[in-house]
Design a protein around this ligand. Structure first.
Ligand code: UDP
Length: 330
């Protein structure tokens, strides 16, 4: 309902900040709960800000008591595959223990609706199969394993505490707010499109392509890119789904179309006219060769459409945002 508060963990981050913008436009009050470890206070523009850590149970309880949210959108997590392979404990503690704290605090406060950001990485490598929500989950890295573990926690809390969860398994999120008010800004950048922008603009010498010997058409990894604005629109639809009924459901969010790393580079060069210097490097530990979604369920059951998720559009929007200069540490 208009005026209802929604707690947004990770609301200072890339996807969470875009969610706050559309929540506010829809009449909700997005309450950001974020420790700003990878996000930016400057990205919190659309509602109240609670600076807090998911590992701090008292801070969570305080946020529920003060704002009385009707639902939680849970974006707050560490999300880098490479880092998770190097530091698995960090990922299990932050993503799994943090989510457990959140779920316990919310059910204790009587809040029983959560939209959770999971990942296609929970499917692992499945030999070119297009992935449905019923595909087996075989995580290849601690990031994906931590997200799958949270899905398990949500299922157990549904059974015992009546928690309702919409779980979105994101494919590769890209692009930015077309108004360039907010966007993707990590330091250091690790995701493909911002990294190739850095290479094209001379902020780094070159993009390293992680492996060119995969069993894909050009040997580089294939991913299914979805525009962040389409992704957050699905969250509003997921929220409506939760607020209108009891129960839980998993949805893939992608487009069903895959692009290789080299295809993304070529498209960027075509869109911007700027060459992307690149070198080939070894495979990145934990990477699957190909991750492409079957996302019919979200379309059929939520009425979702991914109209902005065209590679050219995602690159144009990311590029426009990048040229604003992004966020600066305060
Ligand atoms: N990638 C790459 N070089 C980079 C960053 C990413 O070759 O500097 C590749 C990576 O191996 C993967 C794809 O680009 O195949 C997308 O990676 P990203 O980190 O953006 O997202 P992820 O797939 O890990 O969620």
């Amino acid at each position: 309902m208009s005026g209802d508060a929604i707690l947004v963990t990770g609301g200072a981050g890339y996807i969470g900040s875009h969610a706050c913008k559309v929540l506010a436009q829809a009449g909700y009050v997005p309450v950001t709960f974020d420790n700003v470890s990878t996000g930016w206070e400057q990205a919190v523009k659309f509602g109240p800000f609670v600076r807090g850590d998911l590992l701090d149970r008292a801070a969570l309880e305080g946020a529920f008591a003060e704002h009385r949210p009707v639902a939680v959108l849970h974006f707050g997590a560490l999300s880098q595959v490479g880092e998770s392979v190097a530091s698995p404990g960090l990922y299990w503690r932050n993503n799994v223990v943090g989510s457990l704290n959140l779920v316990e605090a919310m059910t204790a406060a009587g809040c029983r609706n959560i939209v959770f950001s999971s990942t296609c990485a929970t499917y692992g490598d499945q030999d070119g199969v297009v992935l449905t929500e019923d595909s087996r989950q075989m995580p290849l890295n601690a990031y994906a394993a931590s997200k799958r573990a949270v899905e398990d926690i949500l299922r157990d809390f549904e059974n015992s505490k009546g928690l309702n969860a919409v779980v979105f398994r994101y494919f590769n999120v890209a692009g930015a707010d077309p108004e360039a008010e907010i966007g993707e800004w990590h330091q250091p950048e690790t995701h493909l499109i911002p990294v190739l922008i850095e290479a094209a603009t001379g902020k780094r010498d070159a993009l390293t392509i992680f492996g060119d010997d995969y069993s894909t058409p050009d040997g580089t990894c294939v991913r299914d890119y979805v525009h962040v604005m389409d992704l957050v629109a699905a969250h509003l639809q997921g929220l409506d789904w939760l607020l209108q009924r009891k129960g839980s459901r998993v949805f893939n969010l992608g487009t069903g179309q895959g692009f290789s790393v080299k295809e993304v580079i070529s498209e960027f060069e075509a869109v911007t006219g700027r060459p992307v210097p690149f070198v080939y490097g070894p495979r990145r530990a934990g990477d699957a060769a190909l991750l492409v979604s079957d996302c019919r369920r979200a379309k059929e059951e939520l009425g979702w459409s991914a109209d902005r998720s065209i590679l050219k559009q995602m690159i144009e929007d990311a590029w426009r945002w990048y040229r604003t200069g992004g966020y600066r540490a305060e």
